[in-house]
Design a protein around this ligand. Structure first.
Ligand code: NAI
Length: 503
């Protein structure tokens, strides 16, 4: 294909784009290499953006900023509402938190949009079979185990609290359905594990179908996440928009990256009402860092999403067409493509794209006009206090308590000690160990660790006050070390806690 003669005309049909300032953090490992490559393409395209570099990542942790970003970085990002970031290293094990996750959570980027689309010139098992892949994962982005609220509750037992909230699910599901409409999709699928995690994933799924009622034009269905993984690798063309809880969404995203040629082709946008963050799905690739080998495509595609988000649809399409044309020519970095063709380094790959600005690919040309990613950006609102999201509250009662106690007692011994501190107002109903019932019935083959969960319920379907819970707790503390306490709640007359396995 020759040069696109209408290029300038198409650019000029748009209102003259406003100049935006955005915050840019180059990141660690391959981050600076791929970010420089992408920004060189942006500059060659004269995208109307001012890049304000901010300090985030490993070197900033090393300087003693435990959140992984400087105060100046935080202020600039909150001012501009856009962060374009390279991957950042999270030191493993105990200590500091991931700055990637911190950034998503602090600024409430509730939906992580990850687009996996076959690219002509990127060979995969599906492209060889003539099956196009075009899946968008919308991953819940701020809750779930990524709350990372973890405690050692005995020397042998680590416990993670997993948040699933109605306001959080409402935001992410509504975003997924709106995106489906903009994309012209037919179907939105919810992936989950609600068959096992009945309250957390159960809430996520319940809200999905509540929101779906407002979108009768779209098919809404759900698939258990393990089945989803199998279906995605065998029939990816049957999926369009898939919305998932955080951890499951993260894992399924990498699976989808494999469907379209690998992590080098997986862009992502972390969308919030005020601040949005654009980054590749992949990490810092320490194995190839500093070698000018990394594939900048995923970051470039993330940047293209960002341009559309800002309404710079002309620049986005021009760059995307140059990229698609370049890939079609068999130009490649070492991680993909025809091994008989020479692999270019990161900088030469970017130069090849720059050389092809204005070219049009033969397949899947980018649209200069409507696009599902376009015009999402709103400048950050000036807030004077944190937004509090709550939904109407039904009636509530405390009808018992789960005491998590440290104990090496056999279950029946633990039960006797508990019964000794309970009076007639309470019933000991169950003891579980690692989630499996071991008292009043259970299996002798259930191996135990040094922490029992002991369930006490109010007798005769009564209820108890917080004070009564604390008084009871004080008595239990005379016999056991209490690791943690959970109320057994009833909301709207419905028991709102799970049974133990085997109960
Ligand atoms: P990774 O994504 O960095 O690397 C996995 C494999 O993919 C490696 O073999 C790597 O060479 C390859 N790869 C990744 N991106 C590539 C690219 N653009 N071009 C060519 N090959 C590429 O995952 P890993 O090794 O698990 O994580 C390394 C570090 O990155 C960790 O510190 C992790 O915490 C961090 N990380 C950061 C993320 C972010 O900033 N959003 C996301 C994922 C990981």
């Amino acid at each position: 294909m020759g040069k696109e003669s209408n290029e300038t005309k198409l650019e000029s049909t748009q209102a003259k784009p406003a100049h935006h300032a955005i915050a840019v953090a180059k990141g660690d490992g391959i981050g600076p290499e791929i970010m420089d490559a992408v920004l060189s393409i942006f500059r060659a395209t004269n995208v109307p953006l001012d890049f304000e570099y901010v300090d985030m990542g490993k070197s900033i942790y090393d300087q003693g900023y435990s959140a992984g970003m400087t105060t100046d970085a935080k202020e600039k990002i909150e001012q501009y509402g856009i962060l374009f970031k390279g991957p950042m290293e999270t030191p493993k094990g105990k200590g500091v938190k991931s700055v990637n996750v911190t950034a998503r959570k602090v600024w409430n980027t509730f939906a992580n949009k990850r687009v996996f689309k076959s690219l002509h010139g990127v060979d995969t098992v599906f492209s060889r079979a003539g099956i196009p892949v075009d899946i968008t994962i919308v991953r819940e982005n701020i809750e779930d185990t990524y709350g990372a609220i973890e405690h050692m509750i005995t020397h042998d037992v680590a416990l993670c609290r997993r948040f699933a909230t109605r306001p959080g699910a409402l935001q992410v599901h509504r975003y997924a359905f709106e995106l489906a409409r903009k994309k012209g999709a037919r179907k939105v699928t919810c992936g989950h594990k609600a068959n096992i995690m009945k309250l957390t994933d159960g809430l996520f799924l319940e809200v999905f179908y509540e929101v779906a009622k407002d979108y009768p034009d779209l098919v809404a269905n759900d698939v258990i996440v393990d089945d989803l993984a199998m279906k995605l690798v065998s029939r990816p063309h049957e999926f369009d928009i898939v919305v998932l809880p955080n951890l499951q969404g993260d894992i399924i995203s990498d699976l989808c990256a494999g469907l379209v040629g690998g992590l080098g082709f997986a862009p992502s946008a972390n969308i919030g009402d005020n601040i949005s963050i654009f980054e590749a799905v992949h990490g810092t690739a320490p194995d190839i860092a500093g070698q000018n080998k990394a594939n900048p495509t995923a970051l470039l595609l993330s940047g293209i999403m960002m341009l559309r988000h800002l309404g710079l649809t002309g620049s986005a399409a021009k760059i995307e067409n140059a990229l698609l044309y370049t890939l079609e020519q068999g130009v490649r970095t070492a991680d993909f493509g025809d091994k008989n063709m020479p692999a270019l380094g990161t900088t030469d790959f970017a130069q090849a794209i720059i050389g092809n600005l204005g070219q049009m690919p033969s397949y899947s040309k980018s649209s200069y006009a409507a696009h599902p990613d376009a015009f999402e950006h709103n400048p950050p609102k000036k807030l004077s206090q944190n937004i509090m999201r709550v939904t109407p509250k039904p009636s509530e009662r405390i009808i018992g308590v789960d005491f998590f106690v440290e104990s090496e007692d056999q279950p029946d011994v633990c039960a006797s000690k508990f019964q000794a501190v309970l009076d007639a107002r309470y019933e000991l109903t169950m003891i579980s160990n690692r989630g499996t019932q071991v008292w009043p019935t259970g299996s002798i083959y259930t191996e135990c660790i040094n922490q029992h969960r002991v369930r006490v319920e109010v007798a005769n379907e009564g209820e108890m006050s917080q004070q009564a819970v604390l008084e009871l707790g004080a008595r239990v503390a005379g016999a056991f070390k209490i690791c943690t306490i959970e109320y057994l709640m009833e909301y709207g007359g419905k028991k709102s806690f799970s049974l133990a396995q085997g109960q």
